[in-house]
Design a protein around this ligand. Sequence first.
Ligand code: NAD
Length: 282
Amino acid sequence: MTALVLDGKAVAAAVREEVAARVQELGFTPGLATVLVGDDPASHVYVRNKRRAAEQVGIRSFHHGLAPDTSQQDLEALIHQLNADPHVHGILLQLPLPTGLDAQAVTEQIDPRKDADGLHPANLGRLVLDRPGLRPCTPSGVLRILEHYGIAPAGKRAVIVGRSFLVGRPLALMMSARGVDATVTVAHSRTPDLAAVTAQADILVAAAGVPRLIGAGHVKPGAVVVDVGINRTEDGLVGDVDFDAVAEVASAITPVPGGVGPMTVAMLLANTLAAAERLGPG
Ligand code: NAD
């Protein structure tokens, strides 16, 4: 069997078009503030891509690049300033922060209505409660790509490898939410016999950050496999899934790059738009 490749780039382009059309109808220009502390090269690339994507759909981006030795106090003061700025509807704090800074404490200073990443405890709490709120971008992107291809999680057994607050845990909540209705298992680094667990999945999501962790032996024939992993190796950028081997077993699979990555950026724009629609012109 050779799996259908789920084209995250194409789905992300469709989401961005929808966002661009709704931005036109807003009657004002939404703004996304990006905050980047330090000089991590990967983070610089991510932020540049997000800003470019925002501008392309008509969202103005306000960039704040801060020195690696920025204090917690100064960073939080910037967040307060952005909270109060009526031109800013979404705030993106690029993670990870340099050591010495408390990312959780900074995130908690973001106005939850402007929390474009959906990682503020108030928004994560709303997710637990099944109430509307801004949702984390990567898990939203995973669900959106499945929806685009008509892969309904309802009634399916989903296994998510990874329990981070950024991806695995919120995705588990979103996939088990009423209306999505998957039966979800979360596997992690302490899960014994990972392959025995993942082989039960109709939908398998890998978000562990371990290059090619998931091989053909981890996958039930005909399963849908979503690879969230982005790992820099000597062979270049690879996911958590051994793509070539798993594509022979799965019915559908996302590639790396060109899978979940572009979806994450698209959902950030969708969150910024949703925040702007709610907040209004200020
Ligand atoms: P993390 O390091 O915070 O969490 C990794 C999780 O995987 C942990 O819960 C850990 O228990 C689990 N894990 C680690 N090794 C394992 C193993 N051998 N077996 C089973 N579980 C294991 O990482 P994260 O922030 O959740 O990111 C995960 C991956 O997704 C990374 O490669 C990251 O770069 C990538 N990522 C991609 C996007 C995107 O847009 N595509 C967004 C965020 C993160």
